[in-house]
Design a protein around this ligand. Structure first.
Ligand SMILES: *[C@@H]1O[C@H](CO)[C@@H](O)[C@H](O)[C@H]1NC(C)=O
Ligand SMILES: *[C@@H]1O[C@H](CO)[C@@H](O)[C@H](O)[C@H]1NC(C)=O
Length: 270
């Protein structure tokens, strides 16, 4: 397999920065080599846990309204179908896990044409709706162009142990700055413009496995405002899904390519 979806990672992941080898049977992609994100910097962050009969999986998401969270389609689709809302827990209101409000969603809507082409996730985006949230500040969607070599911030809560117990995840949101690549055809042969690619070689030690699946990718506008440009979809390395190597990459679903879906799933006109 040329490129392995984050969904099917069932292997040891080498964390270059942390010099740790971590097994992640059910946890989606993790932040490595990043930094703690304070509450004030991430009032839009959501943490998503999905439970199945055999375990649970962890993802991140971003509020785009007081009720709507954008995440990855591959997060919300379980082994056989979309996770029922009863199997889903949304945490929000703080970067710190223990201070979060936890709720059950009212509706989960993956992109109707989520799929895979040449091992690349296509339309990997979903909307999770919850009852009206407090203590959140929705992120604005970035409608501009994300330039080659631009710095972008990926965030997520990621497990730091090999168990699939969500309680083993770090207690605080983590973030890492990545850099948009030029030669993305190598890692994204579909090249339809609906993904943003970052290459580890620019930011060695913190370029792949950055951010849980579904976690937001942000551009910094005017040195002050973080705007939502993407969400963590998949990554690894050519021919090998090892994380954090200098020749690795990450692919992020480009949010602005999916405004029609977001409008239909939320009823919000952006
Ligand atoms: C939802 O959770 C129940 C109870 O844990 C479990 O039996 C069921 O398989 C889960 N559904 C899915 C789709 O994972
Ligand atoms: C950045 O600053 C310019 C000029 O002051 C302003 O027009 C623009 O709205 C700002 N962008 C954001 C995202 O705040």
């Amino acid at each position: 397999m040329l490129i392995v979806s984050a969904k099917v990672f069932l292997l040891l992941i080498l964390c270059v920065a942390a010099s740790k080898v971590i097994a992640v049977p059910h946890l989606h992609r993790r932040i490595i080599g990043g930094f703690d994100v304070p509450d004030s910097a991430a009032p839009w962050a959501a943490r998503l846990v999905f439970t199945s009969g055999t375990g649970s999986s962890l993802c991140a998401g971003t509020f785009i309204s007081q009720r709507h969270i954008i995440t990855a389609a591959h997060c919300v689709i379980g082994p056989s179908a979309v996770y029922p809302v009863q199997n889903t827990t949304v945490g929000y209101g703080s970067s710190e896990l223990t201070k979060q409000t936890k709720v059950m969603p009212v509706k989960i809507t993956p992109h109707p044409y989520f799929g895979s082409q040449s091992n690349i996730n296509i339309n990997d985006i979903a909307v999770v709706e919850i009852p009206n949230a407090h203590n959140v500040q929705p992120a604005a969607i970035y409608m501009g162009t994300v330039g080659v070599h631009e710095s972008v911030l990926a965030v997520g809560w990621g497990a730091t142990t090999g168990t699939n117990d969500p309680r083993s995840a770090p207690s605080r949101l983590r973030g890492a700055y990545l850099k948009v690549g030029q030669e993305c055809r190598r890692v994204d042969p579909v090249m339809d413009g609906s993904r943003i690619c970052t290459l580890n070689k620019y930011t060695v030690g913190r370029a792949t496995c950055k951010g849980d699946s579904g976690g937001g990718l942000f551009v910094l506008a005017n040195s002050t405002v973080l705007l939502l440009a993407g969400l963590d979809s998949q990554g690894g390395r050519i021919g090998d899904p090892t994380c954090g190597t200098a020749d690795g990459y990450s692919l992020f679903t480009r949010i602005k390519s999916h405004m029609k879906f977001i409008g239909q799933a939320t009823g919000i006109v952006f």
